[in-house]
Design a protein around this ligand. Sequence first.
Ligand code: ATP
Ligand code: LTN
Length: 235
Amino acid sequence: MTKPRVLSGVQPTGNLHLGNYLGAIKNWVPMQETHECLFMMADLHAITVPQNPADLTRNTRETAAAFIACGIDPKKSALFPQSAVTMHAELAWILNCHTPLGWLNRMTQFKEKSGKNKEAAPVGLYAYPVLMAADILGYHATHVPVGEDQKQHLELARDIAGAFNRAYGEEFFPLPEPLIMPTAARIMSLRDGSKKMSKSDPSDYSRITLTDDADTIAKKIRKATSDSIEGVTYD
Ligand code: ATP
Ligand code: LTN
């Protein structure tokens, strides 16, 4: 019997943090034994916000190094930059032509990332979830391990797959299942408990990065916002 196929990715935008590790990468490691795995540095997704080309190249290599350091074995899994496989951009265009605008208008990540001036946001930021659907559907992946913030994008990928299959009267794309670990689905920011920990937060004190040393981590935890006046207690 063939193994079920997993695909997931992280944008190479630097500052890999505990949320990326616990919410995503850590869960990929055991799947290498039970699934056929593809893991990518999502550089085409990264350019939906402005990037310095030299930084993007460095961050793509560093993200690959972090995957390997976290236990992704390139002998067991395909590990690649998204832009190295032209299928992603090509299929994204075809899927764009099968995706109603109304479905994209509901995406909360676009609303958050585009800020106040939506008219000035690039089309790529708007179409981001369609590219993500292409990443998954292009390989006929059946399982997608991600953090909770990506759940809505996964639902859209399922809807696009269904619409495409219905349009051509064929079960061509399998409907992908999200795999979201309940224990670390959403690690919160150390500065604002209502926001998720994120690579793009301007404050380095909002996150614990995978390369922080013990002293830096201790300092960040001491400065973290908490609901108690006299230090942090277990609740
Ligand atoms: P950015 O701030 O640039 O959008 P990010 O920190 O959200 O970046 P991504 O590259 O978008 O990171 O996400 C990579 C993976 O990490 C995804 O599966 C995502 O769901 C997961 N993830 C990101 N932040 C968290 C978090 N705070 N808690 C749990 N999982 C997370
Ligand atoms: N959008 C994702 C990264 C990503 C991804 C994917 C995750 C790009 N393509 C395909 C799973 C499957 C994010 O975490 N921001």
